[in-house]
Design a protein around this ligand. Structure first.
Ligand code: ZN
Length: 334
């Protein structure tokens, strides 16, 4: 029999752990409005290129995290900044072979903030803290590694541009490790913690909001994210519904079975709400054509110009090949 305390811990709802964050390095210029001291630009030098969003290749490529400037270097110019876990959580993945990923050497932590399963990713590290391994718990502000400039790209990252690439992500599918090798036999051995399965929110926006309101609720924060479009998928169950019950709105009539799910998505592929739709809400011809793009926020999608999930044809917007693949991954179950 399980001890009583274990049963009690298990019964406490996940909301018992509220959002409690610190910054991932000693650089806190973000919170003083000194963006130029906080964001590490690309070689082009514009501060914006270190921020989240359509900031790369003249706005055509998404930067799915933020690049944080180095504060401390040794005599050879190599970075020394310790990297901190931004919150209590668990180590779920460490890539110790920098040549295998454009993240270089990276760590992924899993957290549960106000009931939401979320991951933080720390990339381009020069070293992982001694003894740190997947499966271990970490505490907020615990040192998990050292800043670096590791990467697999041909041009690499020069030491003078050493930075922490940091992401706050939602994991699209816990079955990614089964799905992905079917699409890419050369898939690196990162399991579910491949960047292609991690869809990001803007970390700088979250840090700023948390600094202004330490009682903010992360589930509400996700629900408030800008929705670029909604997609209608079949009524078959998929893992997201089970892993993100906080997002799922069931039909008003509890005895009505869902025939489809409508998913609201940020322009960059993070689902933020899911509605179970009944036969009364979905036309039969729509149901035959799922997955389909249901609603688009034209203005929002235009400003997020580097998204790849939608395309505009003569008949208006539709899911691109990337968009259809995104739906396939989201709803995939072995
Ligand atoms: Zn970056």
């Amino acid at each position: 029999m399980k001890p009583l305390w274990l049963i009690l811990v298990w019964l406490v709802p996940a909301v018992a752990w509220p959002l409690d964050l610190c910054l991932p390095t000693g650089n806190d210029a973000l919170l003083q409005g000194r963006d130029a001291d906080f964001f590490q630009p690309t070689v082009g030098g514009e501060v914006e290129s270190g921020m989240f969003g359509c900031v790369r290749n003249n706005g055509h490529r998404l930067h799915k995290g933020i690049d944080i400037k180095c504060l401390d270097r040794d005599r050879r110019g190599e970075p020394l900044d310790p990297i901190h876990a931004v919150a209590d959580g668990e180590v779920v993945f460490i890539n110790t072979k920098p040549g295998l990923s454009n993240y270089g050497r990276y760590i992924v932590l899993e957290h549960r903030w106000d009931g939401v399963a979320v991951h933080t990713l720390y990339a381009h590290l020069s070293a992982v803290a001694a003894g740190l391994a997947a499966g271990q718990p970490v505490r907020k502000a615990q040192v998990i590694g050292t800043m670096g400039h590791s990467a697999n790209t041909r041009e690499g990252i020069a030491a003078d541009r050493a930075h922490l690439h940091f992401e706050i992500d939602l994991l699209l599918n816990p079955n990614f490790s089964v799905w992905f090798p079917k699409h890419d036999p050369q898939a690196p051995p990162f399991g579910n913690f491949n960047g292609k399965n991690l869809f990001g929110l803007d970390p700088a926006a979250l840090f700023r909001e948390f600094a202004g309101n330490r009682k903010m609720n992360f589930a509400d924060y996700v629900a408030r994210q800008h929705v670029g479009f909604t997609v209608l998928v079949s009524g078959r169950q998929f893992s997201w519904l089970r892993l993100h019950p906080e997002q799922v709105c069931q039909p008003a009539q509890t005895n009505a079975l869902p025939v489809a799910y409508e998913i609201a998505v940020t322009p960059f592929g993070v689902p933020v709400a899911v509605w179970a739709r009944t036969a009364a809400e979905v036309a039969p011809d729509q149901l035959r054509r799922v997955p389909i793009l249901n609603r688009v926020d034209e203005a929002g999608i235009e400003t997020a110009s580097c998204h790849h999930l939608l395309e505009r044809g003569r008949a208006g917007w539709h899911l691109s090949n990337d968009g259809r693949e995104w739906v396939e991954l989201l709803t995939y179950g072995p």
